[in-house]
Design a protein around this ligand. Structure first.
Ligand SMILES: [Zn+2]
Length: 185
């Protein structure tokens, strides 16, 4: 079954939008970024912490996916689903240390501006900033980070009310229907 690339479920947070590039169809997970065209489409739709390059290459795609995988597993683990792997922490840290960001004094008294060390290509800088967005969610230890454990979803989201189980009502309905069928088969 072809996957519709509408990106309608993206949450509007760079960290979660990065992770939410894998979706369930039923209970099976599907990769949504399989080509540079998919990556372009995601770049158009996602909340980004830095400017995107006008075009992306196969090299960009191959740099994106390992960071996405690490971010996805780390955020899921933080939401109580799956283990936190040291290798994923290393992957994230490699992106963070590649182009460090420091605060330097601005032109006006009492102001500071962010300064990136090195001369990263736009996509490499974007990956470093995405890694930083994921780091911030992980170190804040947000207890509103949740995984929508419904068939056809599996998206990470921030709860808008306490103990919100599903990212939206449609997922709650699908999960109830799935439970009902499981109980009668
Ligand atoms: Zn959902």
């Amino acid at each position: 079954m072809a996957i519709e690339l509408t990106w309608a479920w993206l949450e509007g947070y760079p960290s979660l939008d990065l992770a939410n590039t894998v979706i369930r169809r039923g209970w099976t997970e599907h990769e949504l970024i399989t080509s540079t065209a998919d990556l372009e489409s995601w770049l158009d739709a996602a909340a980004l912490p830095a400017a995107r390059p006008p075009v992306v290459t196969d090299d960009d795609l191959h740099a994106f996916l390992p960071l996405r995988d690490a971010a996805l597993r780390l955020l899921r683990a933080a939401a109580g689903h799956g283990a936190r792997h040291r290798a994923d922490v290393q992957t994230l840290n490699e992106h963070l240390t590649r182009f460090p960001e420091v605060l330097i004094l601005g032109d006006h008294p009492g102001t500071a501006v962010s300064h990136v060390i090195g001369s990263p290509a736009p996509f490499a800088l974007l990956l470093t900033k995405l890694a930083a967005a994921v780091r911030d969610v992980l170190i804040e230890d947000r207890d509103d980070l949740a995984l929508c454990d419904a068939p056809g979803c599996g998206q990470l989201f921030f709860q808008r009310r306490t103990n919100q189980a599903w990212c939206g009502p449609a997922c709650g309905n699908r999960a109830r229907v799935a439970r009902h069928h499981a109980g009668h088969s």
